[in-house]
Design a protein around this ligand. Structure first.
Ligand code: SF4
Ligand code: F3S
Ligand code: FES
Length: 252
């Protein structure tokens, strides 16, 4: 079957393998024929199949669900599997996400960073201790609240918001929009029995919500369109109130 072609694409990729002794970062450009409906996932496979089998990049689901294919596409973090080449100019530049540990070429280890963040923020439901250590009956939840929690649960930990945040480049302990989104999510959940003060201890400082300089890049690049700005603004107001109460010694 003859595949209809549109353009010849020039794809320049930042190549570097930190595990190969003596390897140096360099741009390598590949020319491929664009096919109808081509995504960057297809384009990268074409390059690997016909030009350079050693090219490293990550994909699992190819459907915008696993978050593993995030990379810098023409200067902006995005998911390669959901990016159609026809939406891009004929010259495309690809680079790995910054901040995360580089495995090689376009492949980065976001899992390590995200696991550290989840452990640090204790990103799981803290239920009330029960005599049997498990709850047989869960309290029903209002559908509107369940929807609100689900909206924030759609985060796929792709790392785009981390790569798009200037604050993280300067302060590596900053939890970023992905971390603040997690706290916003658990704080909404009535099954999570942590107090306001517990949340304040997690994000009430410069590495948490007060480190955010409202640079807005996170929401611009989030491929799941999470309402990061409004959640960060809400958390900032809430943490400010808790912090002031704490300093005044008010136990209310
Ligand atoms: Fe990705 Fe958005 Fe989650 Fe950040 S908040 S990790 S950009 S899905
Ligand atoms: Fe970074 Fe988003 Fe705040 S880009 S500084 S987390 S508004
Ligand atoms: Fe899973 Fe792109 S391959 S999000």
């Amino acid at each position: 079957m003859k595949i209809e072609t549109n353009r010849r694409l020039k794809i320049s990729i930042l190549r570097f393998d930190p595990h190969v002794k003596g390897d140096k970062p360099r741009m390598e450009t590949y020319e491929i024929e664009e096919a109808p409906g081509m995504t960057l996932f297809i384009a990268l496979n074409d390059i690997r199949q016909h030009h350079d089998a050693s090219l490293k990049f990550d994909f699992v689901c190819r459907a915008g669900i696993c978050g593993s294919c995030a990379m810098i596409i023409n200067g902006k973090p995005d998911l390669a599997c959901r990016t159609l080449t026809k939406k891009l100019p004929g010259e495309i530049t690809l680079a790995p996400l910054p901040v995360f540990e580089l495995i090689g070429d376009l492949s980065v280890f976001t899992g390590n960073w995200m696991r550290g963040l989840n452990e640090r923020l204790e990103a799981w439901i803290h239920e009330e201790e029960s005599e049997f250590n498990f709850n047989l009956l869960e309290e029903p939840m209002e559908p509107e609240l369940a929807d609100e929690i689900y909206e924030l649960d759609r985060c796929i930990e792709c790392g785009c918001c981390v790569a798009g945040c200037g604050t993280i480049q300067m302060r590596e302990e900053f939890v970023g929009a992905v971390g603040l989104n997690k706290i916003a999510r658990y704080q909404l959940d009535p099954r999570d029995k942590r107090s306001d003060k517990d949340y304040y201890d997690l994000i009430g400082d410069e590495d948490g919500v007060f480190g955010c300089m409202t640079l807005l890049g996170c929401e611009d690049v989030c491929p799941k369109n999470l309402p990061l700005q409004s959640k960060i603004a809400y958390l900032r107001r809430k943490m400010l109130t808790i912090g002031m109460k704490d300093k005044s010694g008010c136990g209310c």
